[in-house]
Design a protein around this ligand. Structure first.
Ligand code: NAD
Ligand code: DAU
Length: 349
């Protein structure tokens, strides 16, 4: 039996990872630690909340006495660390909260694991990170595990710092760690501040679709369940001290992806062809907007046999269908401070 602490399990990717581990590994005890910020929502975990091997703990990863106490109380065998401030635009508005959660929070968890585990065998600290630590690409090329770090937003700089701390704990204290750096995820339960759910929600309500700059920035999209599957594979088979890039070789310009969404949704909403695309509005660009991300996931494929399971258009259809049948979820998660953020970000831009 393994006791696994998953941080940030009430967020977008975390809820998919928690569901996968709770359902696939009944012999594991899964402890989901989440502060339930604006981005964390227990509704995301309804499917597993009654499961005997699932436990929820509300708490903040930056609270050192509390985190040390949790390790003492539960004696975790492994940590899968996803809790973070994750939205680039918010990091431009409020960088210090990103430094606090992403850097300090990761350091507190690493230190608690080091104190609790000593030299014990069979432990693992798995840090879930992002491809944004590698910076921005030109027209060609891919990020590999050897690409030098060059973070450019407060968000990516805070994630890069946390990656470096994980590596430092491995080299200095031999803490058993593994890191993965993934490209843009899409799918169900993503908070509607990120590109795809924001656009889907605005199309539903016939609101303007705010495309930053010319819409020619490129992102590499991966189905969130394929990310969760990759985390499962790396957790069980990854080599200690290694980094694995995760991505689906699926690059799209922002404007093209918004047009694709509009086309599919015109059809699903019974609108005339081209009607939703009329909502596209070019707005002021994001400060320091990274041009292109593209992940080379060859190492993960060759060494651990992982590959994406879903074609992008099929994933988009599923995602759109999920948002269309979960309007109550959208209404609930956007009922708090979201309106204020939205107005600051788009209406008063
Ligand atoms: P998210 O914003 O949807 O969820 C983050 C979760 O962390 C929320 O449930 C929130 O309540 C929790 N949290 C925030 N601060 C906390 C704190 N101080 N203590 C405890 N819990 C706290 O994020 P996401 O998109 O699911 O991303 C999860 C992780 O994956 C992050 O580390 C992110 O950097 C990384 N990542 C995300 C993507 C992506 O496309 N979304 C891609 C690659 C990597
Ligand atoms: O690459 C992985 C990263 O992907 C993760 O580490 C981050 O947590 C995640 O938020 C995501 O970062 P991005 O900045 O790429 O995602 P976002 O959805 O915010 O934006 C995607 C692209 O769309 C980006 O080029 C900016 C653009 N955009 C975004 C929004 C919200 C718009 O044009 N309009 C918008 O309203």
């Amino acid at each position: 039996m393994k006791k696994i602490l998953i941080t940030g399990g009430a967020g977008f990717i975390g809820c998919h990872v928690v569901r996968l581990f709770v359902n696939k590994y009944p012999a594991y005890q899964i402890y989901n630690l989440d502060a339930l910020t604006y981005a964390g929502n227990l509704e995301n975990l309804k499917e597993v909340e009654q499961s005997a091997n699932y436990h929820f703990i509300k708490g903040d990863i930056t609270d050192e006495p509390f985190i040390n106490g949790l390790f003492t109380e539960h004696g975790f065998d492994a940590v899968i660390h996803l809790a973070a401030e994750s939205h680039v635009d918010r990091s431009i508005l409020d960088p210090l909260s990103f430094v606090n959660t992403n850097v300090m929070g990761t350091a507190v968890l690493l230190n608690a694991a080091k104190r609790s585990w000593g030299n014990a065998e069979g432990k693992l600290f798995y840090h879930v990170s992002t491809d944004e630590v590698y910076g921005s690409l030109g027209e060609t090329g891919f990020f590999t595990e050897e690409t030098p770090y060059d973070p450019r937003s407060p968000y990516s700089a805070s994630k890069a710092s946390s990656d470096h701390l994980v590596s430092a704990y491995h080299h200095t204290y031999q803490l058993p760690v593994v890191v993965s750096n993934c490209s843009n995820n899409y799918g169900s339960f993503q908070f509607p501040e990120k590109l795809l759910p924001l656009m889907i929600n605005n199309i539903i309500h016939s609101k303007p679709l705010p495309v930053y700059g010319k819409g020619d920035n490129v992102r590499d999209w991966l189905w969130v369940d394929d990310h969760a599957r990759a985390i499962d594979v790396i957790f069980h088979q990854g080599k200690l001290g290694e980094t694995y890039n995760i991505g689906g070789f699926n690059e799209w310009k922002n404007l093209d992806i918004v047009h694709l969404l509009c086309e599919i949704m015109d059809d699903k909403l019974g609108r005339e062809k081209g009607e939703s695309a009329k909502l596209i509005t070019f707005v002021k660009d994001r400060a320091g907007h990274d041009k292109r991300y593209a992940i080379d996931a060859t190492k993960l494929n060759k060494e651990l046999g992982w590959e994406p399971s879903l074609q992008f258009k099929e994933g988009m259809e599923k995602t759109i269908d999920w948002y269309l049948s979960n309007s109550e979820w959208i209404a609930n998660v956007t009922s708090g401070s979201y309106k204020q953020y939205y107005n600051q970000q788009y209406v008063n831009r």
